[in-house]
Design a protein around this ligand. Structure first.
Ligand SMILES: [Zn+2]
Length: 211
């Protein structure tokens, strides 16, 4: 079974994907890793991608798609897609690649979560100024408020985690995801991710996937 995970930053997508890989032998396709591997191994695609990255430009879809296609030929079953596809065009390309391999996207899991819950989760993040370990106001409190447990460094809120920046990130996410939700309308399963622990979320997903 191949699935796509859609969910805003802070929706619990990362942990869910880890659980699925651990417990159900899924493999997560990460375009970040694909880029790193291709660049590190100096493949033709990696070298092309690097040219764009070095110029500070976006890597064109054609390069990303080719990397994914090459990867799929090696491992084409029980995949979790997270962060790819990002656009209609990529989704269409992915469908075609999978079809050639006699595979398809079976389900698209959309983690639906209340905006205020997200703000609460995302704005609570703090990192240690010294060791960069991360903490959270509610879910991962330090022993002493504002102080790192390991080296007594001061905990700070990253500029990216400030409320106005988070609003911008969420808005970008919604703009990006809306077309995908439409594209996959026949395969989407909406799961309410409010007020539930990573374990509870996993159980909900397990149920809808029929495990
Ligand atoms: Zn520290």
């Amino acid at each position: 079974m191949n699935i796509i995970l859609l969910g805003a930053p802070g929706s619990g997508k990362g942990t869910l994907s880890e659980f699925l890989c651990e417990k159900k032998a899924f493999t997560q396709l990460s375009t970040g890793d694909l880029f790193r591997d291709n660049i590190l191994n100096k493949t033709e695609l990696g070298l092309k991608a690097k040219e764009f990255i070095n110029k500070g430009k976006l890597v064109p879809d054609s390069i990303t798609n080719s990397m994914v296609e090459k990867y799929l030929k090696g491992k084409k079953k029980d995949l979790i897609f997270d962060g790819f596809p990002r656009t209609d065009d990529q989704a269409l390309a992915l469908d075609k690649m999978l079809e050639k391999l006699d595979e398809k996207i079976d389900k698209v899991i959309y983690l639906d979560i209340d905006e205020s819950t997200l703000m609460g989760r995302l704005t609570g993040r703090m990192i240690c100024q010294i060791c960069k370990r991360s903490y959270h106001r509610i879910t991962r409190k330090p022993l002493k408020e504002g102080i790192c447990d390991f080296d007594s460094g001061t905990l700070i809120v990253r500029p990216d985690d400030k409320e106005d920046k988070i609003k911008i990130r969420l808005e970008a996410y919604h703009n990006q995801t809306a077309p995908l939700i439409k594209f996959y309308k026949d395969k989407i399963i909406k799961i309410n991710a409010d007020n539930c622990s990573p374990e509870e979320l996993y159980i909900r997903v397990e149920k809808v996937l029929g495990f």
